[in-house]
Design a protein. Structure first.
Length: 389
């Protein structure tokens, strides 16, 4: 099938942006075709091959610009290339969980594949790519025949179950994976989340190396406490993990236990973050290192939280309970918030609190998460600030 692009869309593709937006198309598409598409110009001349599929980033993806058919041979070549680029990760016996295939960053938007100690987790981000599920899974098993099992995650609106096994055996759970020598308990078939966000491995690595040694650490929006475990492993004096979800308590305890770390120096608190800031202030608690890694958007019974709107408040509240000299690790995975604006929000909040500060380290996506060359693709932004009151 052929679909005409306008000049603006063609220009963006030629500049290396693989994301198709609705406004790039000449005609109005009422029903999205579940097939590969040849994108053409107004003279019916070939521009690129790809597909249309609604997802949060846009309306479709460019896959190829050489007019090759998108068949199993094409996919095997693409996946093998990604595998070859990750040989250093396979060679590192201190890490057994990482991203094998990062969608558009590896040249094929709409699907990601994560590796967890010989198991593959495939995430589908739109209905069209899911239509090619068998072709894609078969191609992966061709290039990675040693996979013990494959689980899929449906990350688009659908009646389908959000997580299910596709092939191979289910591991005994929790499955224990390693990252920077630290053990993490993961569950591959419990909804979207596995228990660890693999894109934060370098930040956890810094904590494991001793950034938090001898420090009191506060981990906000802690989920399963992965940052806390990395900090404790790296010699933190004590950690406090705060998350609103009830499940965060047993999940975080388990992460400490699989590393043989005593729970005596670790506090795990189920509470709204902003309520905890008020509580800590009332109780005169203070911390040397505060880690902020909120979801882009969250809603509880009382209020909503949005990174773009509320991050400054998080920083201001953190300063209130930070020791005289301390560090804030500010992180966000909000793709729609450019790094410049993120930095600005943090520094404006620090200036409001009349403290002196210095940006000492920053991290984006690690090497196993290659990004494409449009800003939203490199979504992770982590900034380390040292602060003196």
């Amino acid at each position: 099938m052929k679909i005409e692009l306008n000049n603006y869309g063609i220009k963006r593709i030629r500049q290396g942006n693989p994301l198709i937006q609705v406004e790039d198309l000449k005609q109005n598409i009422k029903k999205i075709p579940l097939e590969w598409i040849e994108f053409v110009d107004n003279k019916n001349k070939y521009v690129a091959t790809g597909y249309l599929g609604k997802q949060n980033k846009g309306f479709g993806w460019v896959i190829d610009q050489t007019q090759r058919p998108i068949d199993q041979a094409f996919l095997i070549e693409k996946f093998q290339q990604a595998l070859d680029q990750r040989q250093a990760f396979f060679a590192d016996d201190t890490t057994t969980a990482f991203r094998l295939f990062n969608g558009e960053g590896d040249g094929f938007g709409g699907v990601t594949v994560d590796y967890y100690a010989d198991y593959l987790v495939i995430s589908w981000y739109n209905e069209t790519i899911y239509h090619f599920q068998k072709l894609i899974v078969d191609s992966w098993l061709e290039v990675f025949p040693n996979a013990k099992g494959v689980v899929e995650k449906i990350r688009f609106k659908s009646e389908l179950k959000e997580s299910r096994w596709l092939a191979g055996e289910k591991p005994q759970e929790p499955l224990i994976v390693l990252e920077n020598g630290v053990s993490y308990a993961v569950y591959l078939d419990e909804g979207y989340m596995t228990g660890i966000f693999l894109d934060q491995k370098e930040v956890r690595g810094r904590l494991t190396e001793g950034l938090a040694a001898g420090q009191k650490v506060l981990n906000m929006f802690s989920y399963t406490g992965a940052f806390s475990v990395a900090a404790a492993y790296g010699g933190a004096l004590e950690t406090t993990s705060v998350d609103l979800a009830q499940r965060s308590l047993p999940k975080t305890q388990e992460q400490f236990e699989v590393n043989g770390l005593s729970l005596e120096q670790q506090k795990i608190i189920v509470m709204d973050t902003f309520d905890y800031f008020r509580y800590a202030l009332r109780k005169h608690l203070s911390y040397n290192l505060i880690i902020l890694d909120p979801p882009s958007f969250a809603r509880n019974k009382k209020k909503t939280f949005s990174v773009a709107k509320d991050y400054g408040r998080l920083i201001e509240d953190s300063v209130e309970i930070l020791s005289e000299e301390g560090m804030i690790i500010a992180s966000t995975n909000a793709a729609n918030l450019p790094i410049k604006k993120f930095k600005q929000a943090i520094e404006t909040a620090l200036e409001n609190k009349n403290v002196s500060y210095q940006l000492t380290e920053s991290y984006r996506l690690p090497a196993d998460f290659p990004a494409s060359n449009f800003e939203e693709s490199n979504y992770l932004k982590v900034l380390f600030y040292t602060i003196k009151k």
